[in-house]
Design a protein around this ligand. Structure first.
Ligand code: UT7
Length: 336
């Protein structure tokens, strides 16, 4: 049966770098606190113009990453028959960014859908693309993971636990149907909605007349909320479970896995997962120091960088794994 192979990768991040030191102009924090607790040293935030708007849209960032992936794949862009766009920060409330990128790339009416799975968006998107390809619904799929987090953060002391972690960026992959011994071997997907309130962005909300009220704004409910220590504990456990489950499903052993690309949530989570799984540092990819947590973009950015650093060779076994808001978590096992 045909299944999905990754044939191209790309990424794009804003040029504006915000160091940990830069954050101290808005909140009581320090380079030491942020580095120790998260491993993050800097992140990219999109530039804001004089009109208060970002100088580029999220879809434009995604399109730049997609162009790089299309070039690496060596395909004609019109071969793309489906776009799967993962983001929690779509440019507008609706439609999702999938259609905006269809337009920017002039993709001639390719199907477009958005996945709203926050930090696990890319893992769900890759599983979905593989499923569509196995079902014969699509042959060549563009997956984009992209976020603009910076415009929605509370930069005061009240929001500092979250504000220091998140960054903007986009990553993209092209996956294509193949019958060869490469590509997605297995995926596992999970959720536990009883924890939805532990990491949530509420406003604008359809259950409120007008979707946004002064009262909600006064309460700061337009900003994301995170129960950091609870997320941390669940994440560490679920990352490990998902890795074990996906390799078992794929019939391989952890020693066979050449590279694990975890969602870049926190270096301490990555290190704990690596230690529990018996993985050496070289086998667990990390670029969180440079970009922070870019949510749905973090795995495809890391994947594109790993490819450019020669960290993946044809035939290697790759695991991508993520945990995030929902709670949702999952993993993919891929033969490169
Ligand atoms: O992708 C999934 C999404 N999110 C995550 O994976 C994040 C998971 N959670 C975490 O990474 C960690 O919980 C954090 C990095 C967010 C926080 O680390 P922590 O070790 O759990 O710290 P804490 O929340 O227990 O806070 C310790 C102290 C508190 O002060 P008090 O109450 O002990 O006086 C906080 O107010 O650190 C304070 N604090 C800060 N201090 C300086 C919180 N944020 C900051 C800050 N700078 N930015």
């Amino acid at each position: 049966m045909s299944h999905a192979a990754v044939i191209g990768t790309g990424f794009n991040v804003p040029s504006r770098t915000i160091t940990n030191q830069d954050l101290t102009q808005w909140m009581d924090t320090s380079d030491e606190w942020i580095t120790e607790r998260s491993g993050i040293r800097e992140r990219r935030w999109v530039e804001i113009g004089d009109d208060g708007k970002t100088i580029e849209t999220g879809a434009e960032m995604g399109a730049a990453a997609a162009r790089m992936a299309i070039a690496e794949a060596g395909i004609d862009k019109d071969d793309i028959d489906l776009i799967i766009y993962a983001t929690l920060s779509s440019d507008v409330f609706f439609p999702g960014n999938g259609v905006f990128i269809e337009d920017l790339l002039e993709l001639n009416t390719a199907g477009a859908m958005d996945i709203r799975n926050q930090c696990t968006g890319f893992v769900y998107a890759l599983a979905a693309a593989d499923g569509f390809i196995r079902a014969g619904t699509a042959k060549t799929v563009l997956i984009v993971g992209q976020e603009i987090q910076s415009t929605g953060l509370n930069l005061s002391n009240e929001g500092r636990d979250l504000a220091v972690l998140f960054g903007d960026g986009a990553g993209a992959v092209i996956v294509q149907a193949t019958d060869e011994d490469r590509g997605v071997i297995a995926s596992v997907l999970h959720s536990q909605g009883r924890f939805a309130g532990e990491l949530i962005g509420e406003v604008p909300m359809s259950t409120v007349k007008g979707r946004i009220t002064q009262d909600l704004l006064d309460q700061g409910r337009q900003f994301p909320f995170m129960n950091g220590s609870m997320v941390f504990k669940h994440a560490t456990r679920r990352f490990c479970e998902a890795i074990k489950e996906v390799i078992e499903k794929g019939g391989v052993d952890i020693d066979d896995v050449n590279l694990v690309i975890p969602h870049q949530a926190n270096q301490r989570i990555t290190d704990a997962v690596g230690a529990r799984m018996g993985l050496s540092k070289e086998r667990v990819y990390s670029n969180i120091a440079k970009y922070g947590n870019t949510t749905a973009a973090s795995i495809p950015i890391a994947l594109a960088e790993a490819v450019r650093e020669g960290r993946l060779q044809r035939g290697d076994l790759l695991v991508t794994v993520a945990f995030g808001s929902g709670f949702t978590w999952g993993a993919n096992l891929v033969r490169w």
